[in-house]
Design a protein around this ligand. Structure first.
Ligand code: FAD
Length: 429
């Protein structure tokens, strides 16, 4: 018997339910990845993905198999390959974005037509979306705290065994991978091996996570998000390893939370989860200044420049920059979310749009009126100013926390801060 493991964003050999299941009851297994040019992703994410694929191919080759790469529509390619090799089963990890669900629905239809069994496995989250539902009714939790309570009490699936040997059907063309990019710049490199290196480097710092994770200048967070995004690391395994830090595990629960929200609200990218308050200004100059990191508010500018340089931004600064765009400048969260989604290595629909809606006050925040004062936030979370100086070289000569208020420093050439429309919006003293 032959099975195809159609890998999408579970690009690992360890604790990979779709791959393990394909290997469990077939003599020949085709681990398949289809490069779908219609997937919405910026150049950063495509580059990271290439690293993931090269690394996965190495791992599978070391086990006697290979990663078979095709290009085009994953459904058509998977069924064509099933015909070529006589596969009777396709396994795939269930996913929640509208795009992924349409793909899964079409795959189910085609598999039925061609009499191929389709098995949709977990693997993208710790607890599968939809597995926990509120006792009061409804398809998903809309508030985090009760979800966290239910999530903490839930039983996890057993870990999936790592395949030792993989036997491919004979004569398969493995398909090409693009050559590695000349320079990865400051961004992370994709792949399970890099994920495990990042994990090993982070685990000794886990005990300090609760104190350090809100300080953007410190290496206090794991930087595992791109690896979780592409499934180079199993979230279930990570949650198990990090069990000693409730604060860290809680962040993984936030990730699951937004997945189950997105599963219940497929239009999360465009429609607010909460009714009311979804009214925004149009001001292209302000938007472009925000995007370029030239708002005149150093913590906001530093964040946007970190995003451009590394394809990643610290969570605290994501909140500050997103709040500045929506609640200070009064601009539409969808536009800001689009910029993040394009540049972030970890950019995914549930977390990006779920968090943007949360910050903009149209989503799952129980305090939608919350407004971050960027200057107060900057002094509190970057008291030394080190984070800002790292990304804003124009301010590198300014010492300490004074860097957060360049308008107070005579003779400095830095843009004046952009002002928002609302009288309650933050203004410099
Ligand atoms: P750590 O602090 O080490 O946390 C461990 C893991 O927990 C993360 O890798 C991530 O998977 C998860 N996590 C942490 N915080 C959150 C959170 N608030 N929501 C959901 N999961 C979380 N995260 C994404 O993975 N993709 C996105 O597209 C994304 N967009 C965001 C947009 C905005 C406006 C905001 C405010 C947050 C966004 N986040 C997103 C959440 C968070 O900022 C990142 O997950 C985190 O910064 C990743 O860094 P880390 O791996 O070092 O996190």
């Amino acid at each position: 018997r032959t099975a195809i493991a159609l890998l999408t964003r579970d690009l690992r050999v360890r604790d990979n339910p779709a791959l393990a299941l394909a290997c469990a009851d077939a003599e020949r297994v085709v681990p398949l990845f289809v490069r779908d040019p219609t997937v919405p992703a910026g150049a950063n994410r495509w580059r990271f993905l290439d690293g993931c694929l090269a690394d996965l191919r190495d791992s599978l080759r070391a086990r006697g198999g290979d990663l078979i790469i095709r290009r085009g529509d994953p459904v058509a390619q998977a069924l064509r390959l099933a015909g070529e090799v006589g596969a009777t089963k396709i396994t795939i990890a269930g996913d929640v974005s509208g795009f992924a669900r349409r793909r899964e629905r079409r795959l189910a239809e085609e598999c039925e037509t061609h009499r191929v069994a389709l098995v949709v496995t977990p693997g993208v989250t710790v607890i599968p979306p939809g597995a926990l539902t509120p006792s009061g009714g409804g398809a998903s939790y809309r508030v985090f705290t009760p979800y966290w309570r239910a999530w903490s009490a839930a039983t996890w699936r057993d870990p999936s065994p790592t395949p030792r040997r993989i036997t491919l059907p004979p004569g398969l063309d493995p398909g090409d991978l693009p050559p590695p990019p000349p320079s990865a710049g400051r961004g992370a490199v994709g792949g399970e091996a890099a994920a495990r290196r990042t994990l090993r480097a982070f685990l000794p710092h886990l005990p300090e996570y609760a104190d350090e994770h809100d300080i953007p200048a410190s290496p206090g967070t794991s930087r595992l998000s791109p690896y979780l995004r592409f499934g180079c690391l199993s979230p279930r395994e990570l949650a198990g390893l990090a069990g000693g830090s409730a604060e860290f595990v809680r962040q993984l629960c936030w990730r699951d939370f937004f997945y189950q929200v997105a599963a219940a609200f497929p239009r999360i990218r465009t429609e607010p989860l909460r009714s009311g308050g979804d009214v925004w200004r149009v001001d292209d100059d302000a938007f472009e200044a925000w995007r370029a990191g030239l708002t005149g508010v150093p913590i906001v500018d530093a964040g946007m420049r970190q995003l451009a340089a590394e394809g990643w931004m610290h969570n605290r600064v994501r909140m500050i920059t997103a709040s500045f765009l929506t609640k200070h400048l009064g601009l539409d969260w969808r536009r800001g979310a689009g910029v993040f989604f394009d540049l972030l290595l970890d950019g995914d629909v549930p977390n990006n749009y779920g968090n943007w809606q949360w910050v903009a006050g149209v989503g799952n925040d129980t305090k939608p009126y919350r407004r971050f004062n960027p200057v107060r936030q900057a002094h509190r979370f970057d008291p030394s100013g080190d984070y800002v100086r790292r990304y804003v070289p124009e301010l590198s000569a300014v010492d300490g926390g004074a860097v957060h208020e360049p308008w107070r420093l005579p003779g400095l050439r830095y843009p004046a801060p952009l002002r928002g429309p609302s009288p309650a919006a933050w203004l410099p003293d």
